[in-house]
Design a protein around this ligand. Sequence first.
Ligand code: ACO
Length: 310
Amino acid sequence: MAGAVIVGWGTALPDRVVTNADLEATLDTSDEWITERTGIKERRVGGTTAGLAVAAGARALERAGLHGSDIDQVLLATTTPDRMIPSTASDVQHALGIKGGASDLNAACSGFVYGLVHAHGLIALGARRVLLIGSETLSRVTDWSDRNTAILFADGAGAVVLEATAGAGQLLGWDLGSDGSARDLLYADIGGYLQMDGREVFRRAVRATVDSALRSLQRAGVRATDVALAVPHQANIRIIDAACQRLGIPMERTATVLHATGNTSSASIPLALVDAIDRGRLHRGDLVLLVGFGAGMSWASAVIRWEADT
Ligand code: ACO
């Protein structure tokens, strides 16, 4: 079976910046509270899920030196499709000139890592190249008068191109899971806004992140101390802090962008990954731990050996 490696990456963020000070003007909240409790200072808002996905996907293709016609499958992880039917991936496929299959994948904030594992599966079954995108417009399902959620969620997209390679490829260990009994802790009904039991989500998020990461590390046959870069879901800096502390991964080896992006669900892990690459924090041969949790409640992690020149 063919292995896969990431050969291209790209992101897209809307132009409009909403700062904590902006939220202070309309909500009973403060920059101090939001910064202390979440780590978020500002977030980006606007655009469509397809528009952001196309922009991020085009950059990932360009970085890989490829065209849409080189891609066999596009997988779009999103909780905020532009329409019920068809998949938002269909818009992306058309806009980027991709000839192969296109589908959406919803595993909430774990969606990108779910997609990463699914993409490896497609390549193991014979696909040559998969474009994997996480794209969200959570601002459209956020009640901007609800301080419990309006301070957290935002919009953005990140994409990677995976390519078949001779040999085992980059994926050393993975873990995908879900506990549907907790599905009502965080949800949005069709046409409705996000509803969340923040405290309970927080408690479970730390546990899910740590347990899933440990399973992937064990399956990869490596230890947390071997990880050069952890890329966790960007929901709350205190969740990241607590989880990384328990895993024994210091913040110097952890990618964070949530101060500037807020929680962008499926887009948060690729946004943090690409930011780390842009800052020269990732090198060929490095072990990377990607780990997400989200509504469902779902969780997903993967340990990969970074094989691209950055
Ligand atoms: N501004 C000011 N005060 C606030 C705000 C706000 N925006 N929100 C709540 N408060 C108040 C509360 O009313 C409460 O006041 P009280 O003590 O008088 O009752 C106090 O602040 C503390 O509230 P908590 O809910 O206990 O605050 P907490 O420290 O838990 O932080 C938060 C809340 C940020 C929501 C946190 O629980 C969290 O991040 N949870 C996880 C959320 C998450 O990750 N969701 C995404 C999952 S991924 C996905 O699938 C989308």
